[in-house]
Structures are given as structure tokens and as C-alpha cells.
Design a protein around this ligand. Structure first.
Ligand SMILES: Nc1nc2c(ncn2[C@@H]2O[C@H](COP(=O)(O)OP(=O)(O)OP(=O)(O)O)[C@@H](O)[C@H]2O)c(=O)[nH]1
Length: 252
């Protein structure tokens, strides 16, 4: 059975109210005009119409339609659930996508605000990825993205989350207490990517920026911060790690 969030509650309440109202009117009519008694006599007087067969048949058809509708509603709910899951997945890498990340970051900020437990957002960008496409073709480029995604996944602990953000960018959100030092974690990630890819001659490197959540920061604030840091190192130099660590630690 799909989760109740996939059932549109206001229309359910509306429809139930209408059904109850209509059935109450029928009930009053049945009592007022002795409908069953009348139907019984009518069917006796008009044996040829076979009403004693048609009426029970009508009831079983109504019951069947009820079961049929219930099963279709259930199917629709399950489909909505699957569509929602698909809308949160990046089809190429199989990782959670940017939409999932944006939704999830809101909860990270909310939880951090309540518990004062900081977290870190890392943004990882493959250096000169467009060259991979140019030299080896888009399909190999796709394989590289998948491969990098798998390497990152292997480095991400259960308490953290990994997203394919955009193009050749990935985001990792991790509680601050899950890393020995934020820089070390960044270097570990960098090492796992700065390698030959898929046993080929193709070698990759990446740039990483990170921002430590500070009290009062919204999801957008921290995303701007990490993106800004990444742009900065991309413009200056590749294969670097940049962060707001000093500011964040003093603010905690
Ligand atoms: N094969 C493949 N390529 C993609 C995909 N998504 C984005 N790209 C390509 O990734 C490239 C991203 O390149 P850019 O962000 O411009 O820069 P870059 O070449 O990585 O250079 P720097 O970021 O400056 O190091 C573009 O050429 C996009 O066409 C994808 O899903 N598959």
C-alpha cells in the first residue's frame, strides 16, 4: 500500500462527504417508501423481469467495481511513489541527484540548528572533464562519471550522503564528527579520484571545495559558499582544496 502522502487528502474527504450525503438521502428514501418491500412485491408481481436475479447481480457488480477501483487506486499510489523515487535519482550514475540533495540539505540544516552538530558540504569537480569527452567521446565520458561516482561512494560513510550535483560535480554532506579532519577527508577523496581510470591510460584529477555549516546558515547559504570556494580554486589552480574551515571553527 502506498504511503498516505500519495493520497490527496482534501479530495478524499470531499468525496467521502458527498458519498455519505448521497447515501443518507437514499437511506431516508428507502425508509420513507419501504423500497425493499416495494421491490420484493414488484419482483413477485413481475416474475418475467427476473428481478430476484438482477438485484443480487447488481450488488455483486457493485462489490466487484469497489475491489477493482481499490486495486487501481493502490496501483496509482505505487506508481506515484516510484516516480518520486526516480525523480530523486541521477539515471547515469545511479546516485541521488541534485533535487534529492536540495531537499536533503534543508533537513541537514534543520537538524544542525536543533542539535548544534555541524556538518560539512564538499563539492568535487573533475578537472578538465570536457577534454575527456573531446578525446574519448561522450560514452567514455559517461563511464568516467559513473566510475568517479562509485569511487566516491566507496569513500562515503553511512552517516554521509553523496549526490551527483551537475555535470562533472558531486556533493558530499557529512557530519563534522565523522571526519578526522575536514582537510584529510578532502585529500582522501582526491586521492581516490586522482588515478588512472578504468585501467586505462586516462588519468583524472579533481578539485574540491568544502564549507562547514555555521549557525544560522541556510542550505542556499552553504551551497553558495562552497560553490564560491570551488570557483575560486578553479580560476586559480586545479587539484586544490579550499574551505571556510577557519571561519567556521571560530564561529562554532
Ligand atoms: N559524457 C558526459 N559529459 C557530460 C555530462 N554532463 C556534463 N557533461 C560535460 O561535462 C563538461 C563539463 O565541463 P566544464 O564544467 O565546462 O569544465 P571542465 O572541462 O571540467 O573544466 P574545469 O571545470 O575548468 O576543470 C561539459 O563538456 C559537458 O558537456 C554527462 O552526463 N556525460
Amino acid at each position: 500500500m502506498p504511503h498516505k502522502k500519495y493520497i490527496h487528502q482534501p479530495t478524499v474527504i470531499n468525496d467521502l462527504a458527498i458519498l455519505i450525503g448521497v447515501n443518507l438521502i437514499f437511506l431516508i428514501m428507502f425508509i420513507q417508501f419501504d423500497i425493499l418491500e416495494w421491490a420484493y412485491h414488484f419482483s413477485r408481481q413481475h416474475e418475467g423481469l427476473e428481478l430476484d436475479e438482477w438485484i443480487p447481480l447488481g450488488l455483486t457488480v457493485a462489490l466487484s467495481l469497489l475491489v477493482f477501483s481499490y486495486r487501481r487506486i493502490k496501483e496509482l499510489g505505487e506508481m506515484a511513489q516510484k516516480l518520486e523515487q526516480m525523480s530523486l535519482l541521477d539515471l547515469l550514475s545511479g546516485l541521488a541527484n541534485r533535487r534529492a540533495g536540495q531537499i536533503s540539505l534543508l533537513s541537514w540544516c534543520e537538524r544542525a540548528e536543533q542539535s548544534q552538530q555541524a556538518f560539512i558540504v564538499y563539492q568535487i569537480n573533475i578537472d578538465k572533464f570536457s577534454k575527456v569527452n573531446e578525446l574519448y567521446g561522450q560514452l567514455i565520458g559517461d563511464e568516467v562519471i559513473k566510475n568517479v561516482g562509485q569511487r566516491l561512494k566507496a569513500k562515503v560513510p553511512a552517516a554521509a550522503q553523496l549526490f551527483r550535483w551537475l555535470d562533472d560535480n558531486f556533493i558530499i554532506v557529512i557530519p563534522l564528527n565523522e571526519v578526522d579532519t575536514p582537510n584529510n577527508f578532502a585529500y582522501k577523496i582526491q586521492q581516490s579520484i586522482n588515478n588512472k581510470v578504468m585501467q586505462s591510460t586516462l588519468s583524472l584529477s579533481c578539485s574540491i571545495a568544502y564549507a562547514v555549516w555555521q549557525k544560522g546558515q541556510t542550505a542556499n547559504d552553504i551551497l553558495y559558499e562552497v560553490e564560491d570556494a570551488l570557483m575560486d580554486i578553479k580560476h586559480r589552480n586545479k587539484q586544490r582544496v579550499k574551505s571556510n574551515l577557519k571561519d567556521a571553527l571560530t564561529a562554532l
